[in-house]
Design a binder for this molecule. Structure first.
Ligand code: PLP
Length: 366
């Protein structure tokens, strides 16, 4: 079979592991597993969304909506922008990244990513023949090294990806750093705000001022819909129009559409979910700081990065020992820019956090 050369050289994506998988592998009861590995919301979804999806299940013999105006309007209001600035993805924000690749990338183009960061950008762009050029996320200050991005720019740079708050480090990129980069480059600057609800890092106002910014957002995190796969992109109408031309036509399923509409209308659910997320993150941070030999990163997101080097326990080993006790965390050794001693812990309910902290202490001081 004549597979494309750009695909032959690729490695498979390494996602966080599911409860089903772990229950089977370690012979555990699925309901007792605490999942702190994939930055989801542990408080479920809007009850109104679940109810509305249930009521509309008899319509799934029909193709879904393609004119997503009602949802785009709610997204525009939620994000403080206009409907013509919005594109919706049916495989989450990941689909928006894929659409960006399809819209902009020619073979041989370069794209810049500061490492460590979210790994899907590379996964999505490489099959199109794009070449990653690495900038630097400064782990000593948990901040973007802006000059490393500017130094990486060449006449082949097509896109720059900046994640704020950054996954997996949790630090935010100050708006003036984003503006500095926007002013110096012509390439498209993609600012991934998947975790914006847990921070104050909103850059939507920059869309009206700069022609080369696209913002990514998702309903998978604070809005509790990871399983429905709804994400969106925000940019100027011209870019949004080009992106619509290559977007998969029916990718947003009917249940996802209905669930998304109801969730945006459920303001009480949204504000509670965000408040509980921040409370859980702050609790986890305080408790992790009390454990000696861990280097704990302050986070503006719904996860916390921890360096385990001083414990002499590699992340893969720690993750495995916790898995045996029914706790899933993310071993970050597959992230570019991190070595074998980093784990990322997502927020759980306070009860899950407390159990996790106790089991972690037992595991480290066994
Ligand atoms: C930084 C970042 N961007 C985008 C995504 C993808 O989100 P979605 O579930 O909407 O595809 C994730 C998911 O973990 C993420 O961490």
């Amino acid at each position: 079979m004549d597979v494309r050369d750009t695909v032959k050289g690729l490695n498979s994506y390494v996602p966080g592991r599911s409860q089903e998988e772990i229950a089977k592998e370690f012979n555990l009861n699925k309901s007792e597993i605490i999942k702190l590995g994939s930055n989801e919301s542990p408080w479920g979804s809007s009850k109104k969304a679940i109810e509305a999806i249930g009521k509309n299940l008899n319509q799934i013999n029909r193709y879904p909506e393609t004119n997503l105006e009602n949802l785009k309007k709610l997204i525009a209001d939620y994000s403080n922008t206009k409907i013509e600035n919005v594109i919706v993805g049916g495989d989450g924000a990941d689909e928006i990244i894929d659409i960006l690749a399809k819209t902009f990338i020619e073979k041989g183009d370069e794209f810049i990513v500061p490492i460590p960061t979210y790994t899907y950008y590379e996964f999505s762009l490489k099959p199109y023949g794009a070449i990653p050029v690495y900038g630097r996320w400064d782990l000593t200050t948990n901040s973007l090294d802006v000059s490393s991005i500017l130094e990486a720019v060449s006449n082949k740079t097509k896109m720059i990806f900046l994640c704020s708050p950054n996954n997996p480090t949790g630090g935010v990129i100050p708006k003036n750093d984003i503006v500095k980069i926007l002013k110096e480059v012509d390439s498209l600057l993609v600012v991934d705000e998947a975790y914006v609800e847990y921070s104050n890092a909103d850059n939507v106002d920059l869309i009206a001022k700069y022609p080369n910014i696209c913002i990514l957002r998702t309903m998978s995190k604070a809005l509790g819909l990871a399983g429905l796969r709804v994400g969106y992109g925000l940019s100027n109408p011209e870019i949004i129009d080009f992106m619509h031309r290559v977007k998969p036509v029916f990718s947003l399923t009917k249940p996802s559409y209905i669930g998304a509409l109801e969730t945006f209308n459920d303001k009480e659910f949204i504000s509670k979910s965000i408040a509980k997320g921040i409370e859980s993150r702050d609790y986890l941070y305080r408790e992790l700081l009390k454990i000696s030999n861990l280097n704990v990163f302050k986070s503006d997101s719904n996860f916390i990065l921890v360096n385990t080097e001083k414990t002499r326990l590699r992340s893969a080993e720690l993750a495995l020992r916790l898995l045996e006790k029914g706790i899933i965390i993310r071993d970050c050794s597959s992230f570019q820019g991190l070595d074998d001693y980093w784990v990322r812990i997502s927020i759980g309910t306070l009860e899950e956090d407390e159990k996790f902290i106790n089991i972690l202490k037992d595991t480290l001081f066994d």
